[in-house]
Design a protein around this ligand. Structure first.
Ligand code: AMP
Length: 403
């Protein structure tokens, strides 16, 4: 995928044009109100800029996973109200994403106006990437802007299909995500480190395989470190581990050696006999875990070791917590590393890029999100990028075509 071919929406005149913007408006809603507007706050400056440039902006998005057509609780209507509030201008709401009602809503827009259309997934054609549905959507706009990086790993009508019918451009938020990820993974300042944590090796094999070929230091934490430790002959007691992936872990370590990537595993651990808030815990060396205890976090010596690795690196890519961070006191390793990375970033010594739902939650809990160079809220798309996969919603925008 030649990402240098991505055309951004800044490059063309949008005045008087109907611009269809695919955003990701999957924000948490409770009792009809948006409870966390972070995603909206990130995408709305791009919407506002288009409106200020005289475009008629039509925002489209999915919301949740409707099973069989429209569902009242999965309507985007409350989000139109939140958008209106945050934008400080009216947002027209179309109660369908295609057809007569969508036409009427779009037809009523004047230059500089903004509309939001109803949940795309109320139509089966969206997730099936049905060309007929994409064509119906395309009738509503003159230009398409893909600005939902977090949905770009799916080839749906609104992420991929539309690009076959309209001149298509990358939106500012999508560009921001791609530039951050390229800075960390494709053209990083070296040496580079990656932290991969989380529950299981089995869910992140392609990520680990891709990263050993790209980074200089791979720090493994979380439950998946247990499988790696076990693969080197360490007894991990009652810890979460996947013995059936011992061989995979050994293959990854062999490949890392061949590629000149150093794998760093925990040297000590916080263990407990119960997986619950406030459980009695102690710190032991990783080769000293009793048979009935579980490793639930990395220990202080591991944090010191990993911090010194980060001090020797210029770029950090992070996905996955080092321990069961949601349950006190097993978040300390993750939080300590988050603070260390944030401090190095603030001192201008490290470019730090992190992503994935749990990682974002852990950085928020540590209060350091703002100090990282970039924190991606994209879950699946972020992981697929780390796997080195081409994302259909990005490829479609980078495709050579007569725009
Ligand atoms: P993932 O979705 O693969 O990134 O996994 C994140 C989850 O891994 C979090 O919910 C953590 O609580 C969990 N986790 C991390 N370390 C451990 C561990 N040592 N034992 C059990 N669960 C863990």
């Amino acid at each position: 995928m030649n990402l240098d071919k991505l055309k951004t929406i800044d490059e063309i005149d949008v005045s008087g044009k109907r611009v269809l913007v695919r955003a990701d408006l999957n924000v948490p809603i409770k009792d009809g109100r948006v409870t966390d507007a972070t995603r909206l706050e990130r995408v709305l400056p791009g919407v506002k800029a288009l409106a200020d440039r005289g475009a008629k902006v039509i925002v489209i998005s999915h919301f949740g996973r409707p099973k069989n057509g429209p569902e009242a609780e999965l309507s985007l209507k409350p989000i139109a109200e939140a958008m209106q509030h945050l934008l400080g201008r009216p947002v027209a709401f179309g109660s369908d994403s295609i057809g007569a009602d969508a036409d009427k809503t779009v037809g009523s827009l004047k230059n500089g106006d903004v509309a939001l259309l109803e949940n795309l997934r109320f139509h089966k054609g969206e997730e099936k990437n049905d060309p007929k549905f994409a064509e119906e959507l395309a009738k509503l706009g003159d230009i398409f802007v893909g600005d939902a990086f977090s949905c770009a790993h799916r080839a749906h009508a609104s992420t991929e299909g539309l690009t076959h019918f309209l001149p298509s451009f990358a939106g500012p938020l999508l560009m921001e995500e791609i530039n951050a990820l390229r800075t960390a993974l494709e053209k990083p300042l070296r040496p580079t480190a990656a932290v991969v944590g989380g529950a299981k090796v089995s869910t992140k094999i392609p990520v680990l395989t891709n990263l050993v070929a790209k980074v200089d230091k791979l720090i493994i934490g979380g439950g998946m470190a247990n499988t790696f430790l076990q693969a080197t002959g360490v007894m991990v007691g009652n810890s979460l581990a996947e013995p059936e992936f011992d061989a995979t872990a050994r293959d990854i370590m062999t490949e890392a050696k061949r590629k000149g990537c150093e794998i760093i595993l925990p040297v000590d651990a916080v263990i407990a006999r119960e997986f619950k808030e406030g459980a009695a815990s102690e710190v032991v060396a990783v080769d000293n875990v009793p048979f009935d205890a579980m490793i639930l976090d990395v220990g202080p010596k591991s944090v010191t070791r990993v911090t010194s690795v980060l001090e020797s690196c210029k770029t950090l890519l992070w996905n996955g917590p080092l321990g069961a961070f949601e349950i006190s006191p097993f978040g300390e390793g993750t939080f300590a590393l988050a603070r260390a990375a944030a401090n190095l970033t603030k001192a201008g010594k490290l470019v730090s890029v992190a992503g994935g739902g749990d990682t974002v939650a852990a950085l928020n809990a540590a209060g350091v999100t703002e100090d990282f160079t970039y924190v991606s809220t994209a879950g699946g798309a972020f992981l697929e990028w780390l796997e080195g996969r081409e994302l259909p919603g990005v490829m479609a925008l980078a495709r050579e075509k007569a725009n």
